[in-house]
Structure formats: C-alpha cells, structure tokens
Design a protein around this ligand. Structure first.
Ligand code: UGA
Length: 437
C-alpha cells in the first residue's frame, strides 16, 4: 500500500521505517528540514537501537522517502498522523497545534476512500473533532484512531510486533471500510495472532492515556512504598519482588528509584487530568496529582540523600552523576529525572559532572551550564560522591574495585536500585539507595 506518515519524530520515523519493512511504499513528512535530510541519509536524528539499520534497508529499496513537502503525500491510501502533542507552556493541557496542522496539510490531498489514522496521544474528544473536519472538507476520507504503545529503546520491536492493536472508528460503513484497510496495513502482525480490539473513537483515545496513567501509577506506587521503607528500614526491592510474584500485580514497572520522566508519562497524566477537568470529572483523576507528586518527591529525596552522604552539605562537593537520559537505550532527556537532579545539585552549590553513553549532546543543549564528561572514568575523577541516575548496562556492570581507585571518597548512591549492594560494599564503598536500608 502507499502510506504517508506525518511527523517523523520518535514515533513517526520508526513507524515509517517499519511500514517499509512490512512491504509498503512510504513517504514521511516533517516540517524540520534537518531531520528530513538526516532521515534521507539513513541517519536517525535520535538514538534508537535498530532504527539506523531499518532506515538504510528501507531507503535502499526505494520505497521509503522523507520530505518537507506535504504534497508528496498525495496519492497515498493511508495517512498516519504521528506528530507530537507536547504539554502547553504554563498549563497541564496538551498542545494540539501540530495535529491540526497535519490535518490542514492533508485536507487538500485526500480522496474518497482514503484513511487518516491518528496515532498521536491526544485528549479524548480530539478524534471526533478531527473526523468532523474531514467531513466538512468533504474529502470522503475516514478517520481511525489507532494509538501507539511503543517504548523508546524498543520502538522497532514494539512497532513490528506490538502486543495489541486498538482501532477506534465510527460505527458506519466508512468506519468499517477504514478498519479493513488498516487490517491490510498490519496484515503481517495480525497474521502472527496479535490481539486486536475494535472500539469507538472515544475508547481508543482513552486506552492510550489510561495505559500510560496505569504505568505511572504503578511506578509511583512502588516509590511511595520506598518512602515507607525508608521510614522503617525495610527494603523496597525485596518488597517489589515479593508482591510481584502475585500474577495479578506483576513485577514489571515496579522498580523504585528516582522516578519516571520522558516525553510521555509526565505530560500524558497531566493532560489527562486537564481533560477530565474540562469534562467535569476531575475527581476521577485527582489520584494522578498524587502520582505526579510522589514522582517529583523522589528527585528532591535524591538531593537530600546526597546531602546526608556528604555530611550535611553539598556546597563545593564534587559529585559524579552517571546518566542523563530519562531511561537507558535512549538519548532522550525530556523531563529526565537524572538531569533534574543534576541541575538541583548544581544550583545548591555542588560541583557536578554528568556523563551518559548517548545523551550528553541533548543534555548539554538543555542545561549548558552543567559540566559533562565523555566517560565514567573522567566523570568520577576525584569525586566525593558517585550517583547512578540512569541504569545503563555499562553502569550496572561497573567494577566497584576499579572505580574506587579514581574517586576521592568511596560513596555511591544508587538512584535506580540497579547495582549489587554487596559487591560495592565489599569493595569498600558506602552504598545508599532509595527505599533500601
Ligand atoms: C511510555 C510507555 O511505556 C509506552 O507504552 C508508551 O507508548 C510511551 O510512553 C508513549 O506514550 O509514547 P517510554 O516513555 O518510552 O514509554 O518509557 P517507559 O519505558 O515507560 O519509562 C518511563 C519512565 O519510567 C522512565 O523514566 C523509566 O526510568 C521510569 N520507570 C520505568 C521507573 O522509574 N520504574 C519502572 O519500574 C519502570
């Protein structure tokens, strides 16, 4: 099939490359010329394992192109809307300007029978408004809402082999036809038996924010338990293992630490609360305010713990921070807990040196005043405290004995509960972690 993808960021670039792998002919459209040029060279504008290979493969087939000219999407049968929906400045609500701009671009190109597929995360009610815009434009095209659940770092796998498909459509003949078109697009994964849930537009939009809210709640739940553990001398990692054995609870997303960040979970729960307020059901989601607060408290606790470890003050102390990305296998620093802690420590007078295997360039753009080192060895030189804030495998696998030779004081704080406390203590380190004795 001929497919267009509007918006070639984390979601769209991966989606475009994956759709080519599935045998489709794909044109990716984005307004950022540098990003388009980079994608056309086969260079991913962000770090995502497997994406460069998939881009090169797609470009070599001649079935994948990227452009800034929306008109090149004319003649496509299916148009995916994958643009960003960031948090509005100074508000909790989502900024929908890019979604509407994509529809503006699409309207003159659409033909009867074409399908517009919304994948961006939007406040419920947006899809209905967009469907009306298509009707008013008399395009004859039909809108389907098909939320995306990919995780950064696993985006290629999650797109090619998703754990489920959700289609939201109007219950009429066009809606039905549009769903069958989407079946053709996803024929390979559907053939593998991937579950599919067909729903109305509202449910499909809600599924996405409900899923992210549940994940955020799970993380904040275990971080709240970490606060209890800190007050009682209990160990949150053992607690998570123990409750996680109950299949109804499950162990995944129960890793306590410095909390969640990134371009999705924080802004999605806030936009969800804002939308609930508009709908007059704000009480239904007041718990998400607490989820957000627990999450933010972990960052403050991290700085407090550093202060305790440094004997009451971090002023003038040299602190090495391992990790800047919001999670491993990503160079994304949007709302990164690691950088938020780094900035706080620096503002409170510490001499902070940050390192990360992939995210230093992005981190430097966001916080140019922070000091950065390319390697762990450089970052920890003469450090009086080492803090692990992103659980990159290379940090999890560090040899505490080797590292001990480079630091001034053998103090480590494990902000992700990812190190082996026994190995570090045996090597002479004072080991502290969030939620552990
Ligand atoms: C999240 C969802 O997991 C995806 O399903 C969704 O498609 C995506 O948002 C989106 O809306 O586009 P992502 O932002 O890539 O994916 O990151 P996650 O893997 O969910 O991690 C989010 C944050 O939670 C990270 O900062 C991570 O370190 C933290 N986290 C995760 C914890 O603190 N503890 C855990 O147990 C798990």
């Amino acid at each position: 099939m001929r497919i267009s993808v509007f918006g070639c960021g984390y979601l769209g670039a991966v989606h475009a490359a994956c759709m080519t792998r599935l045998g489709h002919e794909v044109v990716g459209v984005d307004v950022v010329a540098d990003q388009v040029a980079s994608l056309n060279r086969g260079a991913a504008p962000f770090f995502e394992p497997g994406l460069p290979e998939l881009l090169s493969e797609g470009l070599a087939t001649g079935r994948l192109t990227f452009t800034t000219d929306a008109a090149e999407a004319a003649g496509c049968d299916v148009h995916f809307v994958c643009v960003g929906t960031p948090q509005k400045a100074g508000e909790n609500a989502a900024d929908l300007r890019y979604v509407h701009a994509a529809i503006d671009d699409l309207l003159p190109l659409l033909r009867a029978g074409d399908v517009v597929v919304g994948k961006s995360t939007v406040p419920v009610g947006t899809a209905e408004a967009l469907a009306e815009r298509l009707d008013e434009g008399a395009s004859g095209a039909e809108l389907i809402w098909n939320p995306e659940f990919l995780r950064e770092g696993f985006a290629v796998k999650d797109t090619l082999h998703p754990d489920r498909f959700v289609y939201g459509a109007r219950s009429n003949e066009q809606g039905e036809r549009a769903k069958r078109r989407l079946d053709e697009v996803y024929a390979v994964a559907l053939g593998e038996g991937t579950p599919k849930i067909e729903a109305d537009l509202a449910t499909a939009q809600l599924v996405k924010v409900a899923a992210n809210s549940f994940l955020a709640t799970k993380i904040s739940f275990i971080n709240a338990m970490a606060e209890l553990c800190e007050a009682t001398g209990a160990d949150v990692t053992l607690l998570a293992d123990a409750i996680g054995h109950d299949a109804r609870i499950g162990r995944r997303f129960l890793n306590a630490g410095v909390g969640f960040g990134g371009g999705c979970l924080p802004k999605d729960i806030r936009a969800f609360m804002a939308r609930a307020g508009e709908l007059g059901v704000d009480q239904a989601l007041t718990f998400l305010r607490e989820v957000d607060s627990i999450n933010m408290r972990r960052r403050v606790r991290m700085v407090d713990l550093a202060r305790e470890e440094c004997g009451g003050s971090i002023v003038g102390r040299r602190i090495a921070l391992l990790g800047a990305a919001f999670k491993p296998d990503s160079d994304d620093v949007r709302d990164s807990p690691a950088l938020s802690v780094a900035a706080q420590m620096q503002l409170q007078g510490a001499h902070v040196v940050v390192t990360d295997p992939q995210a230093i360039d992005n981190a430097r753009k966001k916080w140019p005043d922070l000091a950065f080192a390319d390697t762990v060895e450089e970052a920890v030189k003469a450090a009086e405290l080492v803090v692990v804030l992103t659980e990159w495998p290379e940090y999890v696998g560090l040899d505490p004995r080797q590292l001990a030779e480079r630091v001034d004081a053998k103090r480590v704080i494990d902000g992700r509960n990812c190190l082996d406390p026994t190995a570090w203590r045996d090597a002479g380190w004072t080991y502290r972690a969030l939620g552990r004795p």
